[in-house]
Design a protein. Structure first.
Lengths: 539, 119, 217
């Protein structure tokens, strides 16, 4: 009578097969995250912070080592699933060239991000010890006096990194959605933990959460419609349903397909911060604790562009001519909006936020090249942009108000950066280098990134995109150079600022970013080779 | 499948009908003597204090959140239990990992004092 | 038109009406309760479509847990909980929002009608617990395990923002007797700028009837 029991069960149960070596990087990061939660629960308070830093660094470096093994082995495998009807493995995860390259990039960047998060030499770190205390309340002051430190950021950040590793390696929309949530959810919270300017931080957290949840819903609805179209969420099945290779093509359902693509695109474009889905970017970048901003700006972009590449190149090549015009429009709008609005910004974090929107537009020109060299260009660009961004935000976190009692909060207003070049030539020099790289000046890594994506666009007939990209870069160069001029040729006005002495972690992160920016500007082939070798998706 | 759900629907409809008929009979049989005193909140004879709506403690939120987490956990146990016989030990391990990871969360909540009502 | 169609139409229209009332209600708690109606009717819709497990999940997780969470979250805020005129946006914005909502519904509904239309039939056996169970625990085991990681992350995150102390930390109240003064004093409480950040350290005595935001007690 009860239907729950009366249905005959399938007798041929097949256990899923998992290639544990291929998914080892993700397993290590998630394992480290769980260990970190246990550390948070059981380690004594005095040593908790250092243990957390150790767990995070060891986990991320081990995962990077595991990625290194995948590179050496030349692993190209689909894994975690059961055989489908046609005998191939219906896998949830695909470890191919782009996936390995992006995972390596994310891990390298997140190691630097952890190092910047350990910075406590200035005024006790960027994070509030007690997020639940009302800003400015006596309770908050008490927490500061007892020396509480925020160490929950490390498990949360590790969860986020694990999700980011899985996002571009997902072989179906369902896994992709869960990975999207796993990496987004901790980020929403991390944005609200700033020690200074708590209300701004909490506002950023709430805005990011609400808009992020909204965009996730779009992604999910799009995935559902594509499932209705192809009767499968697997990227390869969707591609086959469009083109009819290996199975009969689905005809007469273009409405489902197009609306599904559109809604899915909204979800992905939100995550990369492309216009008109960029509204959250400036507020969140400004309000979040600066190390989190750096982490988010660099790693989210890498993961989200990786997933976008995979969806566009693996699932939707057959529908290219239907969605390309819309994405062209988005790319053009993103480049223009990011470059133009950045000009009028007076806060350095907001300016970098708009610059990241413009960079999302430049990256999209590479995605829209629909070609192997487009993929390798985007991979290269993501790598160099990530290092530049982490370095730039690490420096932003060092420039402080000169308070009566030593260093104060971050001096993010541009007027406070005037004359920094004379007082702190090292910091100003490094920041100048990052700005030049973002502007795409030759002999910096940013130039080679832009060259890669624009030349890919031109060689595939998208010269209009490349032209607008070059023009937008010229506009963008204006405000980057303006900051440089401000630092070197202006007298300080308004409240004074100082550069705090960085701790070992931040110093290492900045130095490594400087080295990467210079080396890849002078000898880009060091990375172009691997990016080119990695630029083939496993269908 | 529908036959059994018809029974469920019939029981639900019967419940609604029972309630409606009872209230209807009540309305028809009772005397009616409206009085504003009768509309105030009954407080065991004590005068009501404050308003009906008020702010609650943040600790309720954590309990509600734990409830959500473990409700999500529980809904996976139903389909799992149905197919456990064929899944065999593989199924036990799969669910063990799932529950184990959630147990870590519970441990964390416990150590943070989130499960204690009094501070 | 079969009996199932009639039941489906009943559930679906109830869900739509509940959703409409939830967004138009001027009383946030009533809005949450209308949400119960909308989500519950949706469970009925799932049931008619032969998705039994999804219907049960809908009742257990959404009607049960999520609405409880929503209600608690509403009751945590310092904002007065009664009828609020300022919950309404300006008429212009309301109109734009209504147009956007209707346009989205028309687009998605129209697409679905055009794509599936009258040809749709309810598949038998796909929504049973055993079908879902064998799918979840064989081919989809990786996303399933990932869900537990997501839940763990959410739990850690929720504890991080709502409770600042741990078992071996001395109570902050002991260190700063005035630490939570803004909760004990209703006047100061209403002036606090951040409703989302209600202080975690408990008030010395937890009254069965919490102090109202307007100072009545």
């Amino acid at each position: 009578m009860t239907p729950l029991l009366s249905v005959p069960v399938a007798a041929d149960f097949v256990a899923p097969t998992v290639d544990y070596v291929a998914v080892l990087p993700m397993l290590i990061v998630f394992g480290a995250a769980i260990v970190a939660v246990l550390v948070e629960a059981f380690a004594p308070r005095a040593s908790r912070f250092s243990i957390q830093v150790g767990v995070a660094l060891v986990g991320l470096i081990a995962a990077l080592g595991a990625v290194g093994k995948l590179i050496v082995d030349g692993t190209r495998v689909e894994t975690a699933g059961i055989p489908a009807a046609d005998g191939t493995l219906a896998a949830s995860i695909v470890i191919d060239g782009p996936a390995i390259f992006l995972q390596g990039t994310i891990l390298a960047l997140s190691i630097l991000a952890v190092l910047t998060m350990t910075e406590r030499s200035t005024d006790g770190g960027a994070f509030t010890p007690q997020a639940s205390a009302v800003p400015g309340s006596p309770g908050e002051g008490a927490a500061r006096r007892v020396g509480l430190v925020q160490s929950e950021v490390f498990p949360l950040m590790l969860f986020s990194v694990g999700g980011m590793l899985m996002f571009p390696a997902s072989n179906d929309l369902l896994t992709m959605f869960v990975a999207l949530e796993v990496f987004s959810l901790p980020l929403y919270l991390l944005c609200g933990l700033a020690r200074r300017r708590r209300l701004l931080s909490q506002e950023a957290s709430l805005k990011y959460f609400l808009l992020g949840a909204f965009s996730s819903a779009f992604f999910l609805y799009g995935a559902a419609l594509l499932y209705g179209f192809a009767e499968s969420v697997r990227l390869a099945d969707i591609a086959a349903a469009i083109t009819g290779t290996g199975r009969p093509a689905v005809v007469g359902q273009d409405g489902l397909l197009l609306l599904g693509i559109a809604l899915l695109a909204v979800g992905l474009l939100f995550k990369v911060g492309a216009a008109p889905f960029h509204i959250w970017t400036p507020d969140v970048y400004q309000g979040a604790p600066t190390p989190v901003t750096g982490f988010m700006a660099a790693c989210t972009k890498v993961a989200a562009f990786g997933a976008m590449l995979r969806v566009v190149y693996v699932a939707l090549p057959g529908a290219r001519w239907d969605f390309m015009p819309a994405l062209w429009g988005v790319a053009i709008l993103t480049m223009v909006v990011g470059s133009v609005i950045a000009i009028v910004q007076t806060d350095v974090k907001r300016m970098l936020a708009y610059s990241s929107i413009a960079h999302a537009g430049f990256l999209m020109t590479g995605v829209l090249a629909i070609d192997k060299i487009g993929i390798s260009g985007v991979l290269f660009y993501l790598f160099v942009y990530g290092f530049t961004t982490i370095g730039a935000f690490a420096l932003v976190s060092l420039v402080r108000d000169a308070g009566e009692d030593g260093v104060g909060g971050e001096a993010t207003h541009l007027s406070q950066w005037a004359g920094l070049g004379k007082r702190h030539p090292m910091a100003a020099g490094a920041f100048t280098l990052f700005l030049l790289a973002m502007a795409g000046i030759p002999l910096t890594s940013g130039f080679m990134g832009k060259y890669a994506v624009f030349s890919a666009a031109v060689s595939n007939g998208a010269w209009v995109l490349a032209l607008i990209g070059v023009l937008a870069s010229a506009v963008a160069a204006f405000f980057y150079v303006r900051v440089i001029v401000l630092m070197y040729f202006s007298e300080p006005s308004g409240s004074a600022s100082v550069v705090a002495t960085p701790g070992v972690g931040t110093l290492f992160a900045i130095l490594l970013s400087v080295v990467v920016t210079i080396v890849l500007g002078i000898a880009p082939t060091v990375l172009f080779g691997p990016a080119e070798a990695a630029s083939l998706f496993l269908p | 499948m529908s036959a059994s759900w018809v029974v469920v629907g019939a029981v639900a409809a019967g419940g609604v009908l029972f309630f409606t008929l009872g209230m209807l009979a009540n309305r028809l049989l009772r005397p009616s003597a409206p009085n504003p005193e009768k509309l105030t909140t009954y407080e065991s004879g004590v005068d009501p204090v404050g308003r009906g709506w008020s702010q609650t403690q943040v600790r309720y939120y954590l309990y509600a959140f734990l409830y959500v987490v473990f409700a999500v956990d529980a809904v996976y146990l139903f389909p799992w239990a149905v197919v456990l016989a064929e899944l065999g030990w593989v199924g036990v391990i799969e669910m063990g990992i799932f529950l184990g990871i959630l147990a870590v969360g519970l441990l964390h909540a416990w150590r943070r004092g989130a499960l204690r009502w009094t501070p | 038109m079969t009996a199932l169609d009639v039941v489906f139409a009943l559930f679906a229209s109830t869900a739509a009406a509940g959703a409409l009332l939830a967004v138009t209600s001027r009383h946030v708690v009533h809005a949450a309760l209308w949400l119960v109606l909308a989500l519950g009717s949706l469970a009925g819709v799932y049931l008619v479509l032969a998705a039994e497990v999804v219907a049960l999940v809908q009742v257990l997780v959404y009607v049960g847990a999520v609405v409880v969470l929503v209600l608690f979250a509403l009751m945590l805020t310092r904002a007065p909980i009664g009828v609020r005129a300022d919950l309404d946006a300006a008429p212009g914005r309301r109109r734009v929002a209504a147009v956007a909502g209707l346009a989205t519904s028309a687009l998605i509904g129209g697409t679905l009608l055009a794509a599936i239309g009258s040809t749709a039939e309810v598949p038998a056996g796909d929504g049973t617990a055993s079908a879902l169970g064998s799918a979840t625990f064989t081919g989809w085991v990786l996303p399933f395990e990932l869900l537990s990681v997501l839940l763990l992350a959410a739990l850690v995150a929720a504890i991080a923002i709502s409770r600042g102390r741990d078992a071996d930390t001395p109570g902050l109240d002991d260190l700063a007797p005035g630490g939570t003064a803004d909760r004990a004093d209703p006047g100061a409480g209403s002036a606090a700028p951040a409703p989302a950040a209600a202080p975690a350290p408990a008030t010395p005595a937890a009254p069965s009837r919490a102090v109202g935001p307007d100072g009545t007690s």
